[in-house]
Write a protein that binds this ligand. Structure first.
Ligand code: HEC
Ligand code: HEC
Length: 147
């Protein structure tokens, strides 16, 4: 009895892990048949709006199976989900998605001082920001992603 429960728990956990992996594969293969990842990385949309994009891409010819649409939409909303409005948003979308996805940023909450340190360390990694962009972005992050 216990073993059966354990086994089905494992099977459930595996199915849970497989969906994002499958969706990631679709994004990296099917969704890059006509353009690179940039248009995907530079949107920040909720599931409803990702659904609209996926539908419109299928109309354009993207080979996504109907049954994979919900998995794909869930993955897109999770990894390229909505961001609060503000002057910093376009800078964040354009500059911070070159080395890692925005999930990394959205899950990070810090004080203004810590955000300034993070931006400095991103600059050491190779991020290019003007002084003005730095100030706008810092304000945006400190306000919306505050610890
Ligand atoms: C058959 C070619 C094709 C495939 C495959 C494709 N796209 Fe596109 N995609 C386009 C074209 C063409 C545009 C530019 C649309 C425009 O300028 O009106 C675009 C633009 C976009 C945009 C920018 C927003 C917009 O509506 O213009 C996003 C986001 C996007 N695609 C996501 C995806 C995703 C996610 C997938 C995989 C499900 C995908 N695309 C697969 C052709 C494709
Ligand atoms: C030139 C590449 C690059 C760019 C551009 C970049 N990052 Fe990073 N970022 C990294 C690397 C590499 C790491 C991982 C460092 C590590 O794992 O120790 C990282 C990690 C992070 C983390 C996690 C830090 C932690 O302590 O867990 C945050 C938050 C972050 N970046 C925010 C940003 C923001 C905000 C921007 C845009 C202003 C940005 N990054 C742009 C390279 C970059």
């Amino acid at each position: 009895m216990a073993a059966t429960i354990l086994l089905s728990a494992i099977a459930f956990a595996e199915a849970q892990d497989e969906e994002p992996m499958k969706a990631e594969k679709i994004v990296n293969t099917t969704c890059t048949a006509c353009h690179d990842l940039r248009p995907i990385q530079t949107q920040a949309l909720d599931a409803g709006n990702w659904k609209k994009i996926v539908t419109s891409m299928i109309e354009k010819g993207a080979q996504v199976e109907e049954k994979d649409v919900p998995i794909l939409v869930g993955y897109l909303a999770d990894n390229f989900g909505p961001l609060p409005d503000g002057d910093g948003k376009p800078i964040l979308l354009n500059k911070c998605t070159n080395c890692h996805d925005l999930k990394r940023v959205r899950q990070h909450f810090a004080s203004p001082e810590e955000w300034a340190d993070t931006l400095n360390s991103m600059e050491n990694e190779g991020l290019k920001l003007s002084e003005e962009e730095f100030a706008i972005l810092l304000k945006y992050l400190a306000r919306n992603f505050r610890q």
